[in-house]
Design a protein around this ligand. Structure first.
Ligand code: MLT
Length: 258
């Protein structure tokens, strides 16, 4: 078992906030939030292993490894406790982190994600996509686009559609395959959230079909101190990119309350 030295970017000064990106993307999904929070927070954006500029590991796929990589990055940066947020797959890593390193989290932000494990059909589909990416490369990910972006973005924001398409095409097959296997094996995290006493916040795009807002409400109600939920209008699954202003506003609200 080994830790991967994660590439990261950081911006700003103040309370440390670490944001973990979605699959199969990289830290760039939080560029706008880093800019928008920099006057009040030190925002750290890692690339999870196998994505962006971070190397892939050679361990068995498990989100626990990604969580431990993040803990090692906090050690490198001298950060004892942080506000930890994650978008979709990043949220699954946050939940793994809460199991393994709860004392290092001062507040939790779950964005467009869900607590449940994959039902069998979703799990099989992940493994099929992993095989397809091994055979055809990242273009096998193109069908994800419609699910990642909300209806409004697909209709009105060709610039965002093009940007996310380019990101999908740049995904690295080794990282994609490893992460699909890791996500397929993730446990149900409901008990983890129920045992998390830190302040918690959920952010979800109104048009998210992958992690619909009912999931956010269910997660919010699971925390012992019910989480505040921000529903972002006219955004799908990639809220940070589709509606950067309102999503940054939600994160600024989190910082006001912690
Ligand atoms: C993501 O956006 O990270 C993915 O939709 C997560 C998943 O595949 O469950």
């Amino acid at each position: 078992m080994s830790v991967v030295d994660l590439a990261y970017a950081e911006q700003g000064d103040g309370r440390p906030v670490v944001l973990l990106h979605a699959f199969p993307l990289s830290r760039v999904v939080f560029d706008e939030q880093a800019r928008g929070l920099a006057d009040r927070a030190r925002v750290v954006l890692p690339d999870l292993r196998g994505f962006g500029e971070s190397p892939a590991g050679d361990d068995e796929p498990s989100l626990d490894r990604m969580a431990d990589d993040v803990a090692a990055l906090l050690d490198r940066l001298g950060l004892e406790r942080v506000v930890l947020g994650g978008l979709s797959m990043g949220g699954y890593v946050v939940m793994a982190f809460l199991r393994r390193h709860p004392e290092r989290v001062s507040a939790v932000v779950l964005m467009d994600t869900k607590a449940g494990a994959d039902p069998p059909a979703a799990r099989e589909n992940r493994l099929r996509v992993a095989e397809a990416v091994l055979e055809q490369g990242p273009r096998a990910l193109r069908p994800m686009l419609d699910a990642l972006l909300g209806e409004t973005t697909r209709r009105e924001r060709p610039d965002v559609v093009d940007r996310v398409t380019a990101w999908l095409d740049a995904a690295r097959p080794d990282g994609v395959v490893w992460a699909q296997r890791a996500m397929a094996d993730r446990p149900d995290s409901t008990a983890t959230l129920a045992a998390t006493s830190q302040p918690a916040f959920c952010v979800v795009g109104e048009e998210d079909t992958l992690s619909p807002h009912e999931e956010a409400l269910a997660m919010a109600a699971t925390f012992p101190r019910e989480a505040v939920v921000h529903v972002i209008p006219r955004a799908g699954h990639l809220t940070t990119v589709e509606a950067p202003g309102p999503t940054t506003g939600a994160l600024r609200d989190v910082l006001r309350h912690v």
